[in-house]
Ligand binder design. Structure first.
Ligand SMILES: [Zn+2]
Length: 134
């Protein structure tokens, strides 16, 4: 096996393992309703991100970001608070501010193949939340 594919394979296995951990964590969380992110920090692919950004990624995965389609109980509609045109979903808010982002969000979040994509998602979420909460 070429060295590069071996490296990819190892990275993917680590990623999958981390994601399994995260899924278990989420299950646990929904039962206890306790939000603790200590576990996340120890995970390989999130440890290189700032805690605030890593938190957005874990929230994106568990669909608990403070946006309309995630926090439906808080809002009476799902219209985007910035453009008012599209539904305020995770997919949308990543694109709302900067149309150049053509990421497959679910793909990025599920297989964590690319830390840069995760960071892009986290930053866009951060910007969006910042703008709508002011
Ligand atoms: Zn919008």
């Amino acid at each position: 096996m070429p060295k590069e594919s071996f490296k990819k394979l190892v990275k993917k296995s680590v990623c999958n393992f981390a994601f399994e951990m995260l899924k278990q964590e989420c299950k646990l969380q929904s039962k206890t309703k306790e939000l603790t992110y200590n576990e996340f920090k120890t995970q390989n692919y999130l440890s290189s991100m700032k805690p605030k950004m890593a938190k957005f990624i874990s929230q994106a995965r568990s669909q608990t970001i403070d946006i309309k389609t995630h926090s439906k109980f808080k809002y009476s509609d799902t219209d985007c608070r910035l453009c008012g045109i599209d539904e305020e979903s995770l997919e949308h808010i990543v694109k709302c501010l900067d149309k150049s982002h053509i990421l497959d969000i679910h793909e990025s979040l599920n297989n964590c193949k690319n830390i840069l994509e995760l960071e892009t998602i986290a930053h866009q979420v951060d910007k969006f939340i910042d703008l709508v909460s002011n």
